[in-house]
Design a protein around this ligand. Sequence first.
Ligand code: SAM
Ligand code: SF4
Length: 334
Amino acid sequence: MSSKNILTDTFGRKHNYLRISLTERCNLRCTYCMPAEGIQLSPKESIMSYEEVYTIAKEFVHHGVTKIRLTGGEPLIRKDAALILEKLASLPVELAITTNGVNVDRFINTFKDLGIQNINVSLDSLNEEKFRHITRRNYFKKVHENIFKLIDHGFHVKLNCVLMKDFNEDEIIDFIRLSENHLIHTQFIEFMPFDGNKWNLDKLVSYDALMERVYHEFSKEQVLRIADQPNDTSKNYQVKGYKGTFAIISSVTNPFCDSCNRIRLTANGQIKNCLFSSTESDLLTPLRQGKSITPIIQKTVQAKFKSRGGMDTLEKLKDPTLHSKNRSMITIGG
Ligand code: SAM
Ligand code: SF4
């Protein structure tokens, strides 16, 4: 690792976790992620090639990144997804992926061959009609089947479930019960504001509201709090005797910025020092010009705000003039 430690910010946070978005495209249209009118895609030539993804990732690994997660858009719709996985798996990192699960069956052997163990699959409802409503597509059976294929093949599967009031909060217990006999970890995610997703605090199901439902169903003695790992973004729990676990990622009501170790690379080669940041830095242009990207990475890390891209209070987060300066989630990558 470089002695200058360019991935440490002014608050002493070390950024050893890089999330790379491989594409802005997706085969689903989740309402909370993709605006109804769609998004303006970057021109094809400004999307990173697989070599560019690899070169930038290698630079981050050189400076101390030990974990890379691929995301999108939907990472598994890129034609060269397997090639990118192969290139990145050659780096000394833990490689993980977040996917909507639609194409997962085609990649099971690739994941196995490359030693990729950790697969997060997004699933917001266990009900086919609700799934269709939220994703605006008809892939429920496919995704459900693929999740169980991954489990049968021994992968570590986490389900990402974005909670929304009057939509899927009534399914919290059903999701938790899935982990009674299956090694499934469900991560409930508080609905977050991004450009075009019609966010409103009234739609949020908070950490407190989730736990209220949990304790309505199970006694306090039945619900075990699992110790946090360093840099955990989630609060983890297990129902006594259940095989799997559940967690909540409460970025809105309970931000975990103090221990944040993440940096994001968008599909068009921009780095973002925070999911909520309204600014980004271009790495792809200088890379293509043969210039060093190291100073840009360092400057971007140094510019990181203490909390949520500067939206350090709920009031600021609620202000659409602030949160709408950010990209839509589909072009950041979660
Ligand atoms: N297509 C892949 C998928 O759906 O898993 C990867 C990209 S997606 C943007 C990554 C994660 O971000 C998903 O788990 C999704 O549920 C989450 N996400 C998207 N929009 C969100 C929002 N407004 N609030 C909270 N989570 C969101
Ligand atoms: Fe696509 Fe994932 Fe966004 Fe849904 S959450 S639209 S699957 S990128």
